[in-house]
Write a protein that binds this ligand. Structure first.
Ligand SMILES: Cc1cc2nc3c(=O)[nH]c(=O)nc-3n(C[C@H](O)[C@H](O)[C@H](O)COP(=O)(O)OP(=O)(O)OC[C@H]3O[C@@H](n4cnc5c(N)ncnc54)[C@H](O)[C@@H]3O)c2cc1C
Length: 342
């Protein structure tokens, strides 16, 4: 018999939370990550549903609350969504992950800094995010790149999403501090994996929007926008972005990573690690809502991501639909109605 119950491969959002939860539940966990510090760049937006809010609060990771999200299409403002109460936070993501890793260790998880391995007899959970499996930029990954920049002024509670169907993607500008001095701006375009091109687009965009600014950091990373959500591969269970649980139309992956890790921890608590069939079934039931949302978001990206029609559609979409999109409450029926109304 293995002396480990669960191997967690990758200690990002999903893996570190899962390792902490499972260790707390008394499972013997070994977790792997390539790096002691979480290095991947992110917009650091988190949608404040109950579970993500609890995780962000308990790790002291909330930097600022976003009250207003401006939505633009090809540089033209189409609506301004003010949220009361707010559903968006900007978090210090490396801090959240460091705290979760510490919790995992404190609860008895064994942490190995190095490439993920398997342990015979133990359940393997793949939480390596976009680095899971043999995917390439051709096979489903996109490049997202962020620039952290000091600017003259930005509101600490304002975010901007600007869709550019002609470029096949979007720009974002989020606060990076609460004082409006530093922003986290970035972009991702379908089919573009040239980091220099994306960096130049973001810097040009920022100059046009906010004038002169000082670039403090530029970093890109892959994001898994196109593979269909799947919860297992071979004998491994998949969680977070490794499972394709990313909202492709917005690039939102933090909330799905948290929700799927909580769902898997709950499934393992309920049925244990031995009966893999029962575990897969229970996990699938608990993560169903997140997987459905991810499917729908992929469909929306395919429909509205690139074409000219989508430019018109995005401009004419009602404020009500945008408000639901920003609050992550958009249902397939809302999109259908919006299409019919055009
Ligand atoms: C530039 C950018 C901006 C983004 N902005 C946002 C945003 O604002 N809001 C949002 O919700 N989402 C955003 N996302 C998406 C979000 O970052 C991810 O979906 C989320 O981090 C997924 O969490 P995860 O735990 O599944 O994977 P990750 O957070 O990617 O963690 C994977 C972990 O696995 C480790 N790993 C990789 N390979 C191995 C290996 N071989 N062995 C061991 N360990 C390994 C890595 O070191 C990492 O720690 C953005 C993504 C990018 C690239």
């Amino acid at each position: 018999m293995a002396d480990i119950d669960v191997v967690v491969q990758g200690l990002g959002v999903a893996g570190s939370l899962l390792a902490a939860r499972l260790a707390l539940q008394g499972f013997r966990v070994r977790a792997y990550d390539l790096s002691r510090d979480y290095l991947k760049p992110c917009g650091e937006q988190l949608t404040l549903e109950e579970t993500p809010l609890r995780v962000a609060r308990s790790t002291g990771a909330i930097k600022t609350i976003v009250r207003t999200v401006d939505v633009a299409v090809s540089g033209k403002l189409v609506t301004s969504v003010t949220m009361k109460p707010s559903k968006w936070a900007i978090i210090d993501k490396p801090r959240m992950i460091a705290a979760l890793r510490e919790m995992a260790k404190a609860e008895g998880s064994e942490v190995v800094w190095g490439p993920a391995a398997q342990v015979p007899g133990a359940l393997t959970v793949d939480a390596r995010g976009p680095y899971s499996g043999p995917r390439t930029f051709r096979e489903g990954l996109a490049l997202a790149l962020r620039v952290v920049a000091r600017v003259r002024s930005w509101e600490g509670d304002l975010a901007l999403l600007d869709f550019w169907p002609a470029l096949g993607g979007l720009f974002w500008v989020f606060p990076y501090d609460s004082e409006g001095k530093v922003v986290n701006a970035g972009a991702g375009f379908v089919g573009v994996s040239n980091a220099n091109f994306v960096r130049d687009q973001v810097i040009k965009y920022l100059r046009h929007l906010l004038g002169p600014h000082e670039v403090l950091e530029v970093k890109g990373a892959p994001i898994n926008l196109f593979t269909r959500p799947r919860l297992s591969r071979g004998t491994s269970i998949l969680v977070g972005e490794a499972a394709g649980l990313v909202m492709a139309w917005s690039g939102e992956g933090n909330r799905p990573a948290i929700n799927s890790a909580e769902a898997l921890a709950e499934a393992i608590r309920e049925v244990g690690t031995e009966d893999r069939g029962a575990l897969s079934k229970t996990y699938a039931a608990l993560v169903k809502k997140t997987a459905r949302e991810a499917e729908m978001s992929r469909l929306a990206l395919r429909l509205f991501g690139t074409s000219r029609i989508s430019n018109a559609f995005l401009r004419l979409t009602s404020d009500d639909v945008w408000a639901k999109y920003v609050r992550q409450e958009l249902e397939p029926l809302d999109l259908l109605r919006a299409l019919v109304a055009l």
